[in-house]
Ligand binder design. Structure first.
Ligand code: ADP
Ligand code: ZN
Ligand code: ZN
Length: 739
């Protein structure tokens, strides 16, 4: 038996795996992830290494292969578990061990230490409140915002204030000169959060919350580490429940990871955790440099952090005794990595929890099909939270049929109902959000008169138009000439569905000249922090209407928004993707949830060409169960995940002819290699974009009921392309259950 060993990962480059012979005496015991002592280099100096894999064959000259000295007994290294996790990721998602290790291990990089600055309120509460009123009267919104935050927490991090509260340095300086606040650097800073912590109000948990918390505690005390799915409407108090669960494990001396999509990682959310857990909270985000990230990881590893909050990569925080992993907004597509290994956070978290003896909590108002499917099969424990904790009711939803609008002569993107409600809101000085759920690439073909959408006869996803003018299926490659009349009703008004946020902004400005309009999309958010700036300007009521893509539905709470318009619900419905129904339902439900977050009642208008589509009907009724039932039937019928599993094999090459040939051979090989697994091979097809920077791209899909069968096929394909030099010029990537 031979072991793959990574040498002394802390100090040396992670660029090579060395093979060592496993002594007979250790064969039974040795496992991937274990720390071992091995002879290394010319002098055979004994150094530490980590076993990343075991095999019965050796790729090197047997006479030169050295032997492992022993299994290291100096206590289990934290990294060992992360290495075991990396090995699992490599196995289940493809790619190399190095790629997997680089994903899970913090890579050391030098970084000059930066001094952290903080703001401290110098006024007492009474004076501070008077000052706040003064700012509000004078319409000094930035000052008011800062004062309100300081009254909540007398010490704030400078960075949080400038970045999340969007306060300029000039404002801070002005208040500093007026002796309203002091700017302090790290050295003088004495644990401010404790003072803030005492002000935390005690809340009385609702019956639903109590039930979830009690059940979790009972399981946890009994040593049961389960995966829980909390399906709770927005505002049902999920975050409070997470915090209470985290409290339970932190009180036992354990640590917790809280994963939140980056876009929802707002100042308000972070402050809630700070108030509860004080200094023990640490945040990770994409703005941290590699060095800062490394430092954070080392702090966590040394036991100086209780709760790590962050997006996807925070999952790999090395903790001495991880007790709980929380994944909020579990359904978000950003939880799937776009880089090899293309892991999904949900499954990887569950694996990590298993290795560490920790629990997992998933939460969402619109759980992914995967999570609900597994919960229903008893793999996860399901909790339902149906009531909003603050007794607000759900918004009223109207569905507008755009075909009817066209029939009665209205060609505007704003339906009559939406325009009427907008006028009403503008008169009442309430705010409006207009939402366009546009997806990246090429459009589907639909009929403006009857709403018919052209679909692939084999795959039940919509065809999309390509540059050559043909309509193609992105799964199987089926194609047909572009239609000029609707095959259903004969109308010539059939074409690509196109509308942009810019266009909508212009229309709103023309139709409502008095309205102040803000737009948020890829174009207006290129600059750093532009995203936050637009949102906080809108939160400060510096605009009446916010027009945007899915970016606007997350994060901030806008209590003055009482109307949400979804301009073209179909846009995400007919993308060439089997998840389009699910995405649409989630987006519509989330967008609808933005209306009426404050005291006033909210209304939502959904404009669509397919008012009878189940994703739209169920979203309008805010009926998750009904959506799930329909959707799972479709997935089962078509063999799509989560009913079955899908492996996408992306092949790219500069030479188009070679690529075609390669795909052909690959498909032939898989058909032979699949054996009795029942796997189906589909394609080669276009992955949406056929060519990037002169590199041609193709994709093959392999469908199978059993995930393990797909892993087996991946392993064999990897070997096949390794020994066939024809594939040298091609790049091949695997994506399991792609999103
Ligand atoms: P979710 O995460 O499900 O959207 P939150 O936990 O953010 O819900 O709760 C929504 C709001 O209701 C928050 O302001 C929270 O502080 C408040 N809240 C939650 N639970 C309670 C409770 N039991 N009593 C009073 N307020 C609550
Ligand atoms: Zn038609
Ligand atoms: Zn097809």
């Amino acid at each position: 038996m031979f072991a793959d060993v990574i040498i002394d990962i802390q100090h040396e480059k992670l660029d090579k795996i060395f093979q060592y012979r496993v002594p007979k005496a250790l064969e039974k015991e040795l496992e991937p992830g274990m720390e071992v002592l091995v002879p290394f280099g010319k002098g055979n100096r004994q150094i530490k290494g980590y076993v990343t894999g075991l095999s019965e064959t050796c790729d090197y000259d047997l006479s030169k292969v050295k032997e492992i000295v022993e299994i290291s007994r100096t206590g289990v290294e934290i990294e060992a578990k992360l290495i075991a996790l990396a090995a699992w990721m490599k196995e289940n998602y493809g790619g190399t061990m190095i790629q997997a290790l680089k994903t899970v291990l913090p890579i050391k990089q030098k970084e000059n230490a930066r001094v952290k600055k903080r703001l401290r309120l110098l006024l007492d509460k009474g004076t501070g409140e008077k000052q706040l009123h003064y700012y509000l009267e004078k319409h000094q919104k930035a000052r008011a915002r800062l004062m309100a935050a300081l009254l909540d927490d007398p010490v704030l991090e400078y960075e949080l204030v400038t970045r999340k509260l969007n306060i300029t340095a000039a404002v801070i300086r002005a208040l500093e000169e007026q002796r309203v606040l002091a700017v302090e650097s790290e050295q003088v800073y004495r644990n401010p959060v404790k003072a803030a912590k005492e002000q935390e109000k005690d809340i009385v948990y609702t019956e639903e919350q109590t039930q979830v918390i009690d059940c979790f505690r009972k399981d946890y005390a009994a040593g049961e580490r389960k995966t829980y799915l909390i399906h709770g409407v927005t505002g049902s108090g999920k975050t409070e429940v997470y915090m209470e669960m985290i409290r339970t494990v932190v009180d036992m001396g354990k640590q917790a990871v809280v994963l939140i999509p980056e876009i929802a990682l707002t100042y308000q959310t972070v402050m809630r955790f700070y108030r509860r857990f004080g200094d023990g909270v640490s945040i990770m985000n994409s703005r941290l440099s590699a060095g800062e990230r490394y430092d954070q990881m080392m702090r966590a590893r040394a036991g100086k952090v209780d709760v790590m909050i962050g997006p996807r990569s925070a999952l790999f925080t090395p903790f001495p005794d991880l007790g709980l992993i929380v994944i909020d907004e579990e359904h978000e597509p950003t939880y799937k990595s776009e880089q090899t290994p293309r892991y999904h956070v949900r499954e990887t978290a569950i694996k990590r929890a298993l290795l560490e003896g920790a629990g997992v909590v998933l939460g969402s108002a619109t759980p992914s099909m995967e999570a609900m499917y597994r919960a229903r099969r008893g793999e996860y424990t399901l909790f339902e939270m149906k009531n909003r904790s603050r007794m607000q009711d759900l918004a009223d939803v109207y569905t507008v049929d755009l075909r009817e609008e066209l029939k009665s002569g209205n060609r505007s993107i704003l339906s009559r109902k939406l325009a009427e409600l907008m006028r009403e809101r503008l008169d009442k000085k309430e705010q409006i959000m207009l939402f366009l759920n546009r997806r990246g690439y090429s459009g589907f073909i639909s009929c403006r008169e009857c709403g018919h959408v052209i679909k692939c006869p084999h795959c039940s996803v919509s065809l999309s138009v390509h540059r050559d003018g043909r309509m193609r299926c992105h799964y199987c490659g089926y194609s047909m000439p572009r239609v000029t009349a609707c095959p259903e009703c004969g109308s010539p008004h059939i074409g690509e569905f196109r509308a942009g946020t810019q266009q909508i902004e212009d229309i709103v400005k023309t139709e409502f000249p008095r309205a102040r309009v803000l737009r948020m999309d890829m174009d207006t958010t290129r600059q750093k922090d532009a995203h936050e700036k637009i949102l906080s300007a809108f939160a400060n009521e510096e605009a009446d209407v916010l027009v945007g893509t899915q970016m606007i539905v997350k994060g901030h709470d806008f209590p003055n928004v009482t109307l949400v318009g979804i301009l073209a619900a179909d846009m995400s419905l007919y993308t060439a993707d089997y998840r389009s129904g699910e995405r649409t339902f989630q987006l519509l439900t989330q967008a609808a949830g933005r209306a009426g977050r404050g005291e006033r009642h909210g209304e939502v208008v959904i404009q669509t060409y397919s008012p009878e589509h189940y994703a739209i009907v169920t979203a309008a009724a805010q009926d998750y169960e009904a959506f799930y039932e329909e959707e799972i039937r479709y997935r089962e019928l078509m063999g799509y995940p989560p009913a079955e599993n899908l492996l996408a094999i992306f092949v790219s090459c500069e030479d188009e002819a070679l690529l075609e040939k390669g795909c052909h051979y690959l498909k032939e090989y898989i058909l032979r290699a699949r054996g009795q697994t029942g796997a189906e091979v589909i394609g080669p097809a276009s992955p949406g974009i056929d060519k990037i920077k002169d590199v041609y791209r193709r994709v093959l899909y392999v469908k199978a009921e059993n995930y393990g069968a797909l892993v087996g096929i991946k392993d064999r394909v990897e070997k096949y392309i390794e020994i066939n030099s024809g594939f040298d010029k091609m790049r091949i990537q695997f994506d399991f259950n792609p999103m």
